[in-house]
Design a binder for this molecule. Sequence first.
Ligand SMILES: C[S@@+](CC[C@H](N)C(=O)[O-])C[C@H]1O[C@@H](n2cnc3c(N)ncnc32)[C@H](O)[C@@H]1O
Length: 275
Amino acid sequence: MKAEQLSLWSPRSESANGAAPVVEPAPVEPPPLTPYYDEDGITIYHGDCLEILPRLGAVDHVITDPPYEAEAHTLQRRVSRPGGALMTEPLEFEQMDEVTRCRVAQLIGQRCRRWALVFCQVEGIPKWREAFTAGGMVHKRTCVWVKPDAQPCYGGDRPGIGYENFVAFHVPGRSRWNGGGRLSVFTYTKHDDGTHGTRNEHQTQKPQKLMRELVALFTDEDELIVDPFMGSGSTLVAAKNLGRRAIGIEIEERYCKVAVARLAQRVLPLVHARS
Ligand SMILES: C[S@@+](CC[C@H](N)C(=O)[O-])C[C@H]1O[C@@H](n2cnc3c(N)ncnc32)[C@H](O)[C@@H]1O
């Protein structure tokens, strides 16, 4: 076949043996990522982190609070409201599933340059550890957040849960943090004003005092932190106030709105005293 004949060939041409042509579908370009918010080095994407993370480049750190294990999502979750009323209040987002856990750990392992801190309840520690190890990261320490203002066990038939964990993973190789010999126990009230029974804007909002300490201890100025399960933006607010860059991803738009409102607030100096 001559060169000029070759150049005339197109996918719609008849095939050499006369059979129906095979029409190759044109590759579908994903639409460009459009931030929900993008100011002062802080970016929010509204969407599923499993779709957005693959489109991000390298990041320095991940600090995140993913959905929890089944136990935390039960209908028995009871909370007290101002005035003493007891309410049954299941969590408004779905529990973690194994496909999401493995995929998100893999995506983080491919992008993270230093630390990945992952909040979880004690039942989730071995599952996250296995997922992140498979994703190529190394378990460095399991830490404890002690909550002096946690809800008691209203049924009175067992102890209430007064703590939560976060697991610190690192890329293979030597790790470094700004905490020297500090212990892995962090004691902070759930509400930054220490008020028992008031309502945060997100059901599982992390206190700023805690988030600020983690950002200060594990990251350096100007570094880029990603929170793929952003909620109301607690990681981003701490990052902004400490001169770090950050990206948050959240599947529920109402929480993106809350995060934007929190980011617009004036930076309030927080005393780093532990409660
Ligand atoms: C435990 S909450 C995070 C709360 C957050 N630490 C705060 O202080 O507000 C987990 C969040 O992940 C979000 N989420 C769940 N699956 C997601 C997904 N696939 N992609 C992005 N966000 C997701 C939920 O809507 C929920 O707001």
